[in-house]
Design a protein around this ligand. Sequence first.
Ligand code: ADP
Ligand code: MG
Length: 262
Amino acid sequence: MPELTIKDLSVGYTADSTAVSGVSMKITEGSVTAVIGPNGSGKSTFLKGILSFPGIHSSGLVNLDSVDVRSMKRTERARRIAYLPQSPLVPAGLTAIETVLLGRFPHRSAWSNDSGKDVEIAQEALEMVGAGHLSQKFTDEMSGGENRLVNLAAVLSQKTDVILLDEPGSSLDYGHAAQLWKLLSDLAAKGIIILATTHRIEMSGNAFDKVMLLSEGISLAFGEPEGVFSSGDLLSTVYNTPIEVKRSSPHGGWIVFPGGSS
Ligand code: ADP
Ligand code: MG
């Protein structure tokens, strides 16, 4: 049963500054956790800190099943944790399926070719995000949203216990976004730990089990959406504008009311 424990994680871009300070959370298998917060609040930095990116200064503890993520060899870590950056590079001259196959690298022995099984997994991943039809298209001839789907598929094809996604829904149309949020719950139901940043506050409530609100690198609230959304003027203060997040009916979906609901 995978469990990700983050304790007192601080992350900075220089040795003497922090962009994220003292974040702690425990995520058990089968849950989908959202990280929300304004631009520059540290969402991307938090994910990079979990992976202790090269060039990043971090302190605190990040354990996956009691093993320090930082002590894992890169390939071993890539077999267990997949990461979708906010703006991945699009390699030129590769088709969608070839790009998705890059996600299979951690599972291959050095210099081996793609196996039929790898191709099958990659195609299946494309279909899971609703992009099966793009398989043979060149990624440098695709739209931003289409590329986002291909990158998501590459992450899925890595077949890890933990998936970190930095704004996975950005550039996606309504239908593909809806498919994505549903997919995250389905993956969680299979025991995968999902941690994703998003600007869609209402979706963080509708599609995620837990929400963490970051502001200036500090976690101001973490827990079930109900609690995070109903803590007084917290959201309005953090986003610096009147905002209310309420259910459409007692058990209905969450809706954001910019300017407040009254
Ligand atoms: P968010 O993802 O919530 O929009 P980020 O985590 O990207 O925010 O940024 C948090 C803070 O760290 C911001 O003040 C930002 O300017 C700073 N920052 C982000 N990336 C870098 C970097 N590569 N070098 C130095 N500072 C950075
Ligand atoms: Mg970001």
